[in-house]
Design a protein around this ligand. Structure first.
Ligand code: ASP
Length: 370
């Protein structure tokens, strides 16, 4: 049984933030960024959107056969993308990077808003219930596929409560430690956990988060039971790792690459079969002795299930355009990832991935739930 403790000031979410226990208004959130439409109006006028939402496949770089040909939806006001974790973490970073070119294509502001809690399930539950008009979109990651195995009372069904827009990116995690934490290599970490598990703190973003999943795999592989410290996201968790208030965690390369390169945290291993070009000196978990710890964190965009198909198609085209944007590609590369290809940034590929991942994680997570 895993222990969960609270560190003052971390705004951790414990049992009280299980789905249904905490209700938060999307409109009332603090961490909100307005991304002005690149069309220059910033007001979302219909005229501006008529110009920019005609995003043809050639204009977006998308494969012409990637999506059914539907009449283009022309949004007439700001679109909100809900991030299910705190600002400053990797899901937030990826969302803000793609939101900017999507905003330009759609000719509307995109508001990125953080609804953190319950390992990402709080935000997913809210978007499932939101108006199905294309103005509320969810960015979520692998947690969409693990939550059904971890939350017996999940208030939504990942496959039927949403329509998928398309995949965004897929990125490995890194196992990282604070500079004052004794182990310097993955093998030393394993030995340390075997000898001192009760005294070791592991940061994660709540049950269902990728960081939680990675921690479970480490615990299973090592046979140790560490103390988990839950945060609203791995953005704030990283702050505490940098300050050595927690000992170690797993996080996407999109949140660790800069800190690893700066020597601000220790990198033990990367959770993929191959090393990352962005972090060539970091060994894989297979090389370093924990081959069963394999996690690749995929992200995708969702809208409520009743959203009309032309709205979904327009959002997919805007996503495909964003994923061919030079700035997005360059920033993703700096953070150790790449956009998915145009054929993966489709509703069909996204739904197939979601189904496949639910099936993969179900047997592995049996009994690990809340
Ligand atoms: N990386 C986090 C996770 O563990 C979430 C985040 O803050 O993006 O799932």
């Amino acid at each position: 049984m895993t222990t969960v403790v609270s560190i003052p000031g971390t705004e951790r979410r414990g049992a009280g933030s299980r789905p249904g226990r905490r209700v938060q208004s999307i409109a009332g959130l603090a961490a909100v960024a307005l991304i002005a439409a690149a069309c220059g109006t910033g007001t979302g006028s219909p005229a501006a959107s008529a110009t920019t939402t005609s995003a043809s496949p050639s204009a977006t770089g998308a494969s012409p056969s990637a999506e059914p040909s539907l009449a283009a939806w022309e949004p007439t006001g700001p679109i909100t993308i809900v991030v299910p974790f705190a600002a400053g973490g990797p899901t937030d970073t990826v969302t803000r990077l793609v939101a900017e070119p999507m905003s330009a294509t759609l000719g509307q502001q995109i508001i990125v808003t953080n609804v953190a809690g319950a390992g990402g399930t709080l935000a997913a539950g809210q978007v499932a219930e939101a108006q199905a008009d294309g103005y509320t979109v969810l960015m979520h990651h692998i947690g969409m596929s693990t939550a059904p195995s971890l939350y017996p009372d999940l208030p939504y069904d990942p496959l039927t409560s949403f329509k998928t827009i398309g995949l965004v990116t897929e990125v490995p995690m890194t196992i990282v430690g604070g500079t004052e934490f004794a182990p310097n290599t993955l093998q030393e970490l394993v030995d340390h956990l075997k000898a001192n598990a009760a005294t070791v703190n592991y940061a994660n973003a709540g049950i269902g988060a990728a960081s939680h999943l990675c921690g479970l795999l480490i615990e299973q592989a090592v046979g140790a039971d560490v103390t988990e410290v839950e945060y609203d996201g791995t953005g704030p968790a990283m702050d505490d790792l940098l300050g050595n208030q927690v000992h170690f965690m797993c996080d996407q390369t999109t949140n660790t690459t800069t800190q690893i390169k700066a020597g601000s945290i220790k990198a033990y291993a990367i959770t993929s079969p191959e090393r990352s070009d962005a972090l060539p000196d970091v060994p894989t978990t297979t090389e370093a002795g924990l081959p069963d710890v394999q996690v690749r964190v995929w992200h995708g965009l969702y809208v409520p299930a009743e959203t009309p198909d032309d709205v979904v198609a327009t959002l997919t085209q805007a996503l495909q355009g964003a994923l061919t944007d030079e700035n997005v590609i360059a920033k993703f590369a700096e953070l150790g990832t790449t956009p998915v290809s145009a054929d993966q940034a489709t509703s069909e590929a996204h739904t197939a991935k979601l189904q496949e991942q639910i099936d993969v994680w179900k047997p592995l997570l049996a009994g690990a739930g809340s």
